[in-house]
Write a protein that binds this ligand. Sequence first.
Ligand SMILES: [Zn+2]
Length: 173
Amino acid sequence: MKRRTFIIGTTALLAGAGAGTAYWPRRWNYIVIHHSAGNYGDIKFLQQVHRERQSGDPVDAIPYHYVIGNGNGLAMGEIASDWRREYDIWGAHVSGNNSDRNFRGIGVCLIGNLEEHQVPQGQYDALVKLTRSLMAQYDIPVSNVTGHGYVEGESTKCPGKHFPMEKFKRDIA
Ligand SMILES: [Zn+2]
């Protein structure tokens, strides 16, 4: 709770400072797709995982801005977020090698392990719809939408070998 108070205060300060009012929520310039690598997930669960794995993060929230359910924890295709999104706080979804992708990149996570299975249709459709709407809202080009492991400097298989990147790029274009 202390962490939360601190970070909301900081964010409100930044957002309220002059030009920051316009800049802060308008700075989004990338979308980065992830998978959770586990077959169960909802906001509460991912907050807990984040606390354990990234205990240095002062933001006590999920590391992404959105998660999309797979019917196990969240409903199939259900889009959920927490206060990281609500206050336009930077993400914690890529490594320190790509701070700008955290600061100006919207992280979207598909629940599931896409190293092991395909993206269910309902979840995929929700991802396409959400991505297209964010691209329109923030004027983000297709070239700035990618998967976590496709970002130079990241060493991860995320969002998994079964994520249909080429098809996805076509579907959001
Ligand atoms: Zn990832």
